[in-house]
Design a protein around this ligand. Structure first.
Ligand SMILES: CC(C)(COP(=O)(O)OP(=O)(O)OC[C@H]1O[C@@H](n2cnc3c(N)ncnc32)[C@H](O)[C@@H]1OP(=O)(O)O)[C@@H](O)C(=O)NCCC(=O)NCCS
Length: 209
């Protein structure tokens, strides 16, 4: 079996993830994109349809990483890859700090400068983006994206598929539901339900503005 990684995605987020994979010692064989993708992504050749995945599996590739920022799309393509038999690998920057007592699922990206503190739980397919900090005992559900420079204080929980916009801050103990969105630069001081967008300081539901 081949040990090289297949990267699913070929956009800006994939560029960063490819370099994370290379920095941790993996070789990336190719990207799997769509008909609009560029021919290469940071020098890696791009196959322009996810229909190529089954052929790649038949060629002996077994390790994949889904490098797509959009949570629902990342979740869907990961399900497709694992159904074909691929194992999802993690991409963790050597310049990130991950506590030895933190738990990371599969298919997780942790960018440079990120900090994941004691006994935090990061489920499958999460992105902890550049410089984001996830403090002790936080729980991130499946396919959550914490954008660059966010700060989650201790004991915060974020439900599956939710997105926390760049530079947001969340005070301790806050619960955020599933498939919700926190706008860039928000400060979350009260719980947020599922499938809602909140913005501002303090963060309030967008449709209440
Ligand atoms: C919250 C967000 C998703 C809303 O996007 P949208 O649904 O297209 O909303 P709009 O741009 O139409 O804005 C709607 C209103 O909310 C306000 N608003 C939008 N985002 C806001 C924010 N982050 N903080 C405060 N107000 C905000 C707008 O000013 C607008 O107000 P108005 O109706 O008085 O003019 C988006 O603005 C945002 O913050 N995205 C985060 C992006 C990000 O962090 N990406 C990181 C990638 S790694």
């Amino acid at each position: 079996m081949k040990t090289e990684v297949i990267v699913i995605g070929a956009g800006g987020h994939a560029k960063v993830c490819i370099e994370l994979l290379q920095a941790q010692g993996d070789t990336v064989a190719c990207c799997v994109g769509n008909p609009d993708s560029p021919d290469t992504c940071v020098g890696i050749p791009v196959l322009k349809s996810d229909d190529h995945l089954s052929a790649l599996f038949n060629e002996g590739y077994r390790r994949a990483f889904v490098a797509i920022g959009a949570n629902a799309v990342r979740n869907k393509l990961a399900a497709k890859a694992t159904a074909l038999g691929f194992t999802l690998v993690n991409a963790v920057s050597p310049a990130a700090t991950v506590s030895p007592s933190a738990r990371l699922g599969a298919g997780v990206a942790v960018m440079a400068g990120a900090v994941i503190n004691a006994e935090a739980t990061i489920a499958d397919l999460c992105i902890v983006n550049t410089g984001a900090t996830i403090d002790h005992d936080c729980i991130l559900g499946q396919a959550v994206h914490i954008a660059p420079q966010c700060a989650l204080a201790g004991n915060v929980q974020v439900g599956d598929l939710s997105f926390i916009g760049v530079g947001s801050k969340i005070i301790p103990q806050i619960r955020i539901g599933e498939s919700s969105m926190v706008g860039a630069g928000s400060v979350v001081i009260s719980n947020v339900g599922s499938a809602v967008t909140v913005v501002g300081v303090p963060a309030k539901a967008l449709n209440k503005f």
